[in-house]
Write a protein that binds this ligand. Sequence first.
Ligand code: ATP
Ligand code: MG
Length: 429
Amino acid sequence: MRPAAINTVDFLNTSFREIRRAEHGIARDQISRNALKVTDRLQQAGHLAYIVGGAPRDLLLGVVPKDFDIGTDASPEQVRALFRNARLIGRRFRLAHVRFGREIIEVATFRGFGDGDDGDRDVGDSGRVLRDNVFGSEAEDALRRDFTVNALMYDPATETLRDYAGGFDDVAARRLRLIGDAQARYREDPVRMLRAVRFQTKLDLTAEGETGALIPEMASLLADIPPARLLDELLKLLLSGHAATGFAGLVATGLWQQLFPGLLADPHDPPLLLKRALANTDQRVAEDKPVTPGFLFAALFWPRVSARSRALVDAGQPPIDALAQAGEEAFSDPAWRVAVHRRFSTMAKEIWMFQPRFERRRGKRALKLLGERRFRAAYDFLLLRALEDPSLTELAEWWTEIQQLDAQGREQMVAGGARHRSPRTRPAP
Ligand code: ATP
Ligand code: MG
């Protein structure tokens, strides 16, 4: 168990700065209407209720918030009693989810210090949780948060911000700063180091003082974090729309090297295929297209898988078997600290196993590939491989071209016929 956080912030400091609309500029109508319904009803029932966490921060930064979370002094049961559409979730720390069609508003009772945030602390039943006195005051709820910019509370009724930690000035200066003693806050939850890199890259903030400086020396504390939680945080970073700079930030701080030690020969100079995969992911996020971590993991592990596969072939194994074995081995290395979920590793293996099949360009078998579920991802992966291996250029172009033809043209191509179209065009990656 982690050391209790009780000494890490000055919990007696319960004063806050109240910032009015003229100064902060956030209008009530920038908040989701459903979130407003929830704060209004809670307040009418005599409770405190604020928009907390990422949303006030994002609105100050001019970013559209992903979601609107609410903090309240009402207990989960009181929240449930007020909303027909509320459901209590979570075992260790119960939250209310209030559902409005597809939007879910998360309502959390103010927490005190000492709870480990993301459900990774093993506390038995809810009775135990209450004896640990996890619920707290409004001030405690602000100060137990990680960064000052994440601790702002917005009251829609008065359109004021309540700032317990100096987050308002930090947003203005684009500063990322831990609340309280930086070393203690990282020690208490080392995942905050990953979050620091994510918020810096995604929100273009700069970690100031110890918040930034301590990360390289404390990076090895990630060893104690459950691998599934590391996957969650890593995915948030990779899918944030800033995977390329986020990855570089992880490498520069040494955090990456903790997650997958030894996977990349030189993480400071990653393979072109990986750089392009990260950049493509960011572009897809920017275009609101779906992205899948399976593809990124396929790119990330490919140098190892292809090298291992070649070694097995040199030792006499048939190529397909070698590739399959190398793919199986890739994710099971005990050195990895991140538990790559099976649905992602399965997709990566499917993408890899598709690659040799591109080489068979004759007959019905080739036509069949075009209709397979993994064709698109595997083809995109082939394009990435061709960036690094010019001997694949012609093959990649062949598969680009056949997709652009009608049924008759395709038949001719797999029959070895002349190409229909030139000049060759390549779809945007
Ligand atoms: P995003 O927009 O990326 O979701 P966010 O700030 O909302 O950013 P979340 O992970 O959704 O990030 O967390 C919501 C809030 O909970 C944070 O703003 C922060 O106040 C608090 N929080 C989350 N994780 C931690 C942590 N590990 N330690 C302390 N506070 C945390
Ligand atoms: Mg959030």
